[in-house]
Design a protein. Structure first.
Length: 158
C-alpha cells in the first residue's frame, strides 16, 4: 500500500530555495536509478512548464472604460468556459436535476498567439452605449514564461 502517494517510494525534498531543491532532487533521482530493483524513478514536479502571463495595461483599459476584472473575466471565460466566471444552471423540470451550462470557445479556434490577442473584451453588459468590444492584445501584453504547474507544500515549505 502506498497510502495515496504517487509511487510506493516517495522521496520529498523540502526547502526554501526551489532551484536548489530541484538540483538536489535531480542528483537524488540519478543515484536512485542506480539501485537494482528501482524502476521508473522520476521527479513528479517540473519548474518550467509552458505558461502565459497576461499583463494588463491599466491606462489603456481605463481609457476604454474597462477594468482588469473585465479583462480577466473575458479571458477566463474564453479559455476555460463560462462556468469559471458566471456558473449558470438549467433545471430539467421533469427530473428536478440542475445541469451546469458551460460555454467555451473551441480549442481549434485558439491555437496561436494571434488568436489569443484577438479575444474580445467588454464589460459584459450587452454594450448599451454601442462602444464595441476591445481586444486582449490592445489592452495587455501576453508573454510566454515557464512556471510550475503544481507546487506541493509540507509544513508551509515548497
Amino acid at each position: 500500500m502506498n497510502f495515496g502517494l504517487p509511487a510506493p517510494l516517495d522521496v520529498q525534498i523540502i526547502g526554501r530555495d526551489t532551484q536548489a531543491n530541484m538540483a538536489y532532487a535531480q542528483r537524488v533521482v540519478t543515484e536512485m536509478r542506480r539501485i537494482p530493483g528501482i524502476a521508473d524513478a522520476t521527479i513528479g514536479q517540473t519548474l518550467s512548464e509552458p505558461t502565459l502571463l497576461i499583463s494588463a495595461h491599466r491606462t489603456f483599459a481605463l481609457g476604454a472604460a474597462l477594468t482588469e476584472s473585465d479583462i480577466a473575466n473575458n479571458t477566463l471565460t474564453t479559455l476555460s468556459g463560462s462556468g469559471q466566471v458566471a456558473p449558470t444552471y438549467w433545471l430539467d423540470r421533469k427530473t428536478g436535476v440542475a445541469h451546469l451550462v458551460n460555454l467555451q470557445t473551441p480549442q481549434t479556434q485558439l491555437t496561436t498567439m494571434s488568436d489569443l490577442e484577438t479575444i474580445p473584451i467588454d464589460q459584459g453588459d450587452g454594450d448599451p452605449t454601442g462602444k464595441g468590444a476591445q481586444i486582449l492584445g490592445g489592452l495587455s501584453q501576453i508573454t510566454q514564461i515557464g512556471g510550475p504547474l503544481e507546487v506541493s507544500h509540507r509544513d508551509i515549505l515548497r
